[in-house]
Design a protein around this ligand. Sequence first.
Ligand code: 5GP
Length: 120
Amino acid sequence: GLPPYDTQNVFARILRGEIPSKRVHEDEFAFAFHDINPLTPVHVLVIPKGEYVSAADFHATASDAEIAGFWRAVAKVAKDLGLDATGHRLLSNMGVDGGQEVPHFHVHLFGGRRLGRMVA
Ligand code: 5GP
């Protein structure tokens, strides 16, 4: 199963301002910032403010308001970055098989160029 939430994970520390980040959006439910190692011209991470290990944890235990607020923030960030006209990609790695490195649920937003076909 999933590990318990680690309050010292890097995204928890970013949320607390203990580690700097390049913020692109913040509201009641979500925080968005540029990935430190961008894989595409635009590579933003969107995270909920609550303590959720993974996508499964988030969707099973967050309130409907948190879930709606989070996904609305994802959509707003993509729109505000100008990625709706040209398209973009959303991705969330989960757990060991998913290659998740940071145990705070996050969605990658990739864009800014024509992306390759998705490969697993
Ligand atoms: P995961 O594999 O967990 O889905 O992706 C974690 C992402 O977090 C990676 O793309 C990695 O570059 C990014 N990341 C890790 N540490 C930091 C950090 O301290 N600051 C920022 N902005 N991104 C980070």
